[in-house]
Design a protein around this ligand. Sequence first.
Ligand SMILES: [Zn+2]
Length: 173
Amino acid sequence: MADDASPPTRRPAASVEVARPPKPEEPKRKPGATPFLLDFYPLEDERSTRVSRFFDSLREGRFTTTRCPKDGLLWPPRAVCPECHTEALEWTELPGRGHLYAFSAVLAGAPLGMEADLPFVVGLVDLEGTTLRLFGRIVGRPWNECRIGAPVRVEPYTIDDGRVFFRFRVDGP
Ligand SMILES: [Zn+2]
C-alpha cells in the first residue's frame, strides 16, 4: 500500500539522449507527384500486391482480370473471390473494346495532380462481350464532342514515375 504521507516521487528529467533507430527513408517521389495518401494505386510490383500480374500484362498491352471458376469474371482483379472466398482464381484476357455508357466532364476542381489536365472526361464503359461496366478516363475527344454509345478502346499508358494504368480512347464517330 502507498504511504500517503510521502511526497510523490518525481523522476528527474531525462538527461541522456536515447538512441533512436534511423528514420526510414521516404520513398522517392517526383516533385509535384500526387501525395501518397491520395494515390489509389501506389503499389504495382509483385512484392506489394497479389494482383501485380494485372499491371505486368498492361505493360505488355494486354487487359486482364481474374475469373472465379464458380462466380465468373471479377472486377477489379482480385486475389480472393469476394463471393465464395476461393483463392483458386484464373487470369483471363478481357476484350480491349467497348462503348461509352455514360460520361461526365470535369471542368473545374480537378483532383490533386490533375489540374493541368482540365477539362477532362471520365466515364463508364460497357466492355464488349462481357457484363463489365468499367470506370475510367476517356481521352481522344473533347468533352463536348463525346457521345453516349461511342466506341472506345482500352489504352494502357505509363505515368511519369514508371507505373502503368489504363484509360479509354474514343475510337470512331
Ligand atoms: Zn467465387
